[in-house]
Design a protein around this ligand. Structure first.
Ligand code: SF4
Length: 332
């Protein structure tokens, strides 16, 4: 399978000069794209409990519920990923599309005209993508429910703000998850501060979001995520492998012992990870497109996102970390 310069994630980095420390793997996809759904809380992240004796809060135990709110709610979005983001004809997309131009399949009500047939029609990339809840935040909060068709004068800024918001929401996902990790307790107070700061940034007006240096904020978050990773993976001892940023494309890693491994930004495209032990591995930014996770154990693997899983292959025997769903296209 040919993997083109793909998707939304790469385009985001290029178009918005967002320099990141791990390759973004958030492919454009729309696992939930255009299944009109129940409006979810635009943001459920909050700080409403006092720290307890060990620096944690009652809220930390319930962070997975917060993460559940960090996913696309297409019924409350103005089809932003289908307009704002560009894509290139490749294995993931049947056609080229420029940023700011509505996809030809986007309907008047912002639903997708080929939602049930995306893979058959060559839009596999759209089945992988998730905006982490950025679409509904921009649509309903930043722009107060006025869509770009009804108020075309807002469209340019709206399409500029969406990628920035998506980056911020992706950071909210990681920070929220980090607070569920008991081994990261020494940095929980710092994580809570950055989580609150990131949440505040998402609540800014359109002008401040458009002017935001997301890359700078992301770097600050990344320092803390790195420390979190070290604390969690320390239980793997000296045996834990370090494959940070490694080129493992197509590699045969069947039944490999990757417990507590550092797979940050690793290129695992089409790798055979069937039966691999990936428990407590750091998966941030690992490119899992077409990787075979059949029978792999990802229990406790962290900083893994739904778009990464959606891009991979797997089966009913794949064990997943909390908070992630088994993709519908995986074999049973
Ligand atoms: S095919 Fe077009 S309208 Fe449908 S999900 Fe993909 S980008 Fe959106």
């Amino acid at each position: 399978m040919r993997h083109g310069p793909r998707s939304f994630s790469v385009c985001l980095a290029v178009n918005h000069a967002v320099k990141v420390s791990w390759p973004a793997t958030s492919l454009p996809t729309g696992s939930t794209r255009h299944a009109r759904g129940t409006p979810s809380a635009v943001s459920a992240i909050r700080e409403d409990a006092a720290p307890d004796a060990d620096g944690g809060t009652d809220r930390d135990a319930d962070r997975n519920a917060d993460r559940a709110a960090l996913k696309g709610d297409c019924g409350n979005c103005f089809g932003l990923c289908c307009v704002a983001l560009p894509f290139a004809r490749s294995a993931d997309f049947a056609r080229d599309k420029d940023a700011g131009k509505p996809c030809g399949n986007l309907q008047r009500d912002f639903s997708c005209g080929i939602h049930a047939r995306l893979r058959d029609k060559g839009y596999q990339g759209c089945t992988v993508y998730d905006c982490f809840g950025a679409g509904q935040k921009v649509s309903q909060v930043t722009f107060g429910g006025r869509d770009w068709r009804a108020a075309p004068e807002t469209s340019r800024t709206m399409f500029e703000v969406f990628p920035a918001m998506r980056h911020l929401h992706e950071l909210l996902w990681y920070l929220t998850e980090a607070l569920t990790l008991k081994d990261a307790r020494p940095v929980h107070a710092d994580l809570r501060r950055l989580l609150a700061e990131t949440e505040r940034l998402t609540e800014g007006d359109a002008a401040s979001l458009a002017a935001l240096d997301v890359g700078e904020h992301r770097q600050r978050v990344n320092v803390l995520l790195l420390r979190t990773s070290e604390l969690v993976r320390a239980k793997g001892g000296r045996k834990a492998k370090n494959h940070r940023g490694a080129d493992l494309m197509g590699r045969r890693l069947r039944r490999a012992d990757l417990r507590c491994a550092n797979l940050r930004g690793a290129y695992l495209i089409a790798a055979d990870l069937s039966g691999a032990d990936l428990r407590d591995a750091d998966m941030i930014g690992a490119d899992l497109r077409d990787a075979d996770l059949s029978g792999a154990d990802l229990t406790g693997a962290f900083f893994l996102t739904q778009p990464q899983l959606n891009a991979a292959r797997g089966d009913a025997a794949t064990r997943l970390p909390a908070g992630l769903a088994r993709p519908g296209h995986w074999s049973v």
